[in-house]
Write a protein that binds this ligand. Sequence first.
Ligand code: GDP
Ligand code: MN
Length: 389
Amino acid sequence: MDIHEHQAKDVLKKIGMPVPRGGIAFAPEQAMHEARKLGFPVVVKAQVHAGGRGAAGGVKLCKTEAEVSAFALSLLGRNLVTKQTDANGKPVHRLLIEEATDIAQEIYLGLVLDRKSERIMIVASREGGMEIEELAEDQPDALVRMVIDPAMGLLPFQSRELAFKLGFTGKQVGQFATVLRACYRAFRDLDATMVEINPLVVTGTGDLIALDAKMSFDTNALFRRPEVAALRDPGQEDPREDAAAEHGLNYVGLDGDIGCIINGAGLAMATMDMITLSGGQPANFLDIGGGASPERVVAAFRTVLSDPNVSVVLVNIFAGINRCDWVASGVVQAYQELNLSLPVVVRLAGTNVEEGRRIIDESGLPLISAETLAEAAATAVKVRPAMAA
Ligand code: GDP
Ligand code: MN
């Protein structure tokens, strides 16, 4: 789970991170009010769960109230498209108004979970501000890496070593240790998966300050971090995935036109592959999991069909805990309740499969039964253009 920049800064500030003074605004008037409180110039920043805002016009230095108001008006309620979003972008509902910082140098500092060493890894570079992925590719030597031993924690000599490698001197060495300790403690104590300060800035007076902050958290640990869970902003997430999650379903949106209702992630992958092999493209897949009731199957149909690109639905169930007859009843119920007219291909296997097939075949509805996964995928691809035409 991601959180907003202003939330990450609040979290980090509480444990010692130096950040610019600032306030949050949901409307242009509020943005002007916050700017007046801080004094000009200010920096106005769109709060979305994506980086690359600077290059996309989501960050602006404003010298007057009129500038703040005009910029706020142009951003709020719109979607911001950056290099890190899809073509639709992310909606801007809040702005961070901050005192402007005098930048002498921009440093990159990131903490990530390194799966290879099974440890928290610090990645840092003197070439901050720019895209770290590009830097890692073009100048891998410009990146400094260091792993933290979980039994020892972050040790003072590590902070100093890294500070020297980044070229810090004098008071900056101590300031960097404070910055790094805040990042590490936030990461460890809040079950984060990523903490990123880009840029960490050296100001005109030679002091360090975090100009940007991003944090991601382990969703599986949210149950024990209510204070983190409270920072969730559903407005930044795919509404379809959200709606599916409410029914205990996992939804993944894709670009094609074949809607897929499947049980189990492995079977979903195999089905995606089969569809592609047959020359088609999945529009999405929805994992109904084990023990799907007819009601859940109906909810699954509703979610899959909320994508207007779907021209055929493929139901592929290998029932172990599930029961084919229940799934079949759900398909019939969905077809009637939702007044469907598009083709639905159903492949059932496993528990109560004969009963399930009988329900499908005797429903009197234009449901297409398939014996195997290969046949189901090929059929879905074949019946689709006939409908589209
Ligand atoms: P991102 O593009 O989404 O990562 O957003 P950032 O918060 O990193 O801002 C992008 C860029 O805006 C930074 O790299 C800075 O160069 C610039 N910027 C942000 N705040 C200030 C500021 O207070 N003063 C100045 N001069 N530039 C700033
Ligand atoms: Mn940034």
